[in-house]
Design a protein around this ligand. Structure first.
Ligand SMILES: NC(=O)c1ccc[n+]([C@@H]2O[C@H](COP(=O)([O-])OP(=O)(O)OC[C@H]3O[C@@H](n4cnc5c(N)ncnc54)[C@H](O)[C@@H]3O)[C@@H](O)[C@H]2O)c1
Length: 438
């Protein structure tokens, strides 16, 4: 059988990776691009994993480089810092790179890392546009390197339990899912405090702007609150809905919606932002279910149970740490309907053997109904577990479930939401081409 050139290249890349030994100490040598708020959580989770040495980090603000070095030193890692991400990519001693830069940078950083032969952990959303995802997928195929996306919820025990329940059919047929992500604080609306030492001497504005579609004069507001601005972020859709869609795809075994529609507004946090603070979307899946996504920055009441999966045999309510399965005991009751029929017909209805025994007044015995099952997660948090899975995937060369394809399609849901919002119409997905229809 003739091997195609691509297969040869892929298998060469894979076998080179398989025989690779990591660093002098046998540990995966890792670098980090972007040392912001999330990255410091990532450092805390990755830095305590056995089998990894973090040796190089990069950020565009000096204060975060300093804090990263300090934090990692405390975890036993000797780290050099740089303001230029190319130095991380170009470091031949690194096996893998963690990317936690703002969203408009993800594609550039991921492609550069893959092409330099590094495996990648990239924070969600994997992409800023749908086309970014196609380029990243192509690069993983060309290089044989791995991408794992950082929507860490799939690494919780509760989401894994919910997935098992749904896929084993315990919920019966699931045709409706509701998911919400609500907040009621300035910080929740991405209006973060700005460090008092930030200014042109400590912040590299050009390094931040990079591939942004439109350039602005130096702005600390844009630098530290970039999620509020569409040149760097897709707002609620790419920041929050992407987590919800990743989980829904994971639990339902679904890949991408066929149609999406959305509505959103800026109602409350009107100062300095161009992305909505309230967003509703409906996603229709070819697997036969519909998803309602919503987010408001005006009230946080539903933040404890972010997802509800509604099936014919039961409901899964899923929070960040806990889940409840409630069996559905559907009980037919037409007594009040047939009581309005002529008496003869009502009597005939009850005499009909096709009317279920459980519905017949004379036969419906009292029964004990099984109640809800509650599960809670304990132990290491999901970011730790997600990183443990990443390191395992690097060592065994086995792609994680949340690979470039899945990251692309979860982010694509968000891009479809935003396009629907912009254009005021239903947006469709072309599954064969793995992209939005024009
Ligand atoms: N998985 C999660 O639960 C989760 C939570 C929060 C954030 N995130 C994701 O993590 C990423 C970072 O978010 P954040 O909240 O830490 O933002 P942040 O603004 O706190 O951090 C981003 C950092 O990147 C730096 N930076 C910008 N351009 C750079 C460049 N070219 N080279 C190197 N550094 C550069 C900035 O100086 C900043 O310190 C985003 O993609 C976000 O969506 C994920």
């Amino acid at each position: 059988m003739e091997l195609t050139r691509r297969m040869v290249l892929q298998s060469a890349a894979l076998s080179a990776a398989a025989t690779r030994t990591f660093g002098a100490n046998g540990k995966v040598q890792a670098g980090i691009i972007g040392c912001g708020a999330r990255s410091h959580e990532l450092m805390a989770a990755l830095g305590v994993q056995p089998g990894v040495a973090i040796t190089r980090v990069c950020d565009a603000y000096a204060g975060r480089r300093e804090r990263a070095q300090e934090r990692l030193k405390g975890l036993g890692h000797t780290v050099s810092t740089t303001g230029d991400w190319r130095e991380v990519i170009g470091d031949p001693s690194l096996d893998a790179v963690v990317i936690a830069s703002p969203d408009h940078w993800h594609k550039t950083h991921v492609l550069a890392a893959l092409n330099a032969g590094k495996d990648v952990y990239c924070e969600k959303p994997l992409t800023y546009t749908v086309e970014d995802g196609l380029e990243i997928i192509a690069a993983t195929k060309k290089t044989g390197k791995l991408v794992q996306v950082g929507s860490q919820g799939v690494s919780t025990q509760t989401q894994q339990k919910a997935r098992e329940m749904i896929q084993s059919g315990r919920l019966g047929k699931v045709t409706m899912i509701r998911a919400a992500y609500n907040r009621n604080t300035a910080s929740g609306a991405w209006i973060y405090p700005i460090p008092p030492d930030a200014g042109p001497k400590t912040v590299d504005w050009a390094a931040f702007e990079g591939p942004a579609s439109r350039k602005y004069p130096f702005s600390l507001e844009r630098f530290f609150r970039w999620r509020c601005f569409s040149e760097y972020s897709g707002g609620i859709a790419t920041d929050l809905f992407v987590h919800l869609c990743t989980t829904i795809h994971f639990l339902m075994g679904a890949e991408a919606p066929s149609r999406v529609t959305a509505m959103g507004q800026i109602y409350r946090w009107k100062q300095a932002r161009d992305v909505p603070d309230t967003l509703n979307a409906i996603l229709e899946y070819p697997e036969g279910f519909t998803v309602n996504l919503s987010s408001t920055f005006n009230n946080q009441s539903s933040s404890e149970s972010n997802f509800v999966f509604l099936g014919t045999e039961g409901t899964v309510s899923l929070g960040w740490e806990d889940m409840v399965f409630s069996p559905e005991t559907g009980h037919e009751d037409n007594a009040w309907i047939v009581a309005s029929w002529p008496s003869k017909l009502e009597a005939a209805y009850w005499a009909d053997p096709r009317v279920r025994a459980s519905e017949r007044p004379a036969l419906a015995k009292p029964s004990l109904v099984k109640g809800s099952e509650t599960y809670g997660g304990q132990g290491m948090d999901s970011t730790w577990t997600h990183f443990a899975a990443w390191l395992e995937s690097i060592r065994t060369r086995t792609p994680h479930w949340e690979n470039a394809e899945r990251g692309h399609r979860a982010a694509a849901c968000a891009h479809m939401v935003n396009r629907s919002l912009r254009e005021g119409r239903v947006v469709e997905w072309d599954a064969a081409a793995n992209r939005m229809k024009a």
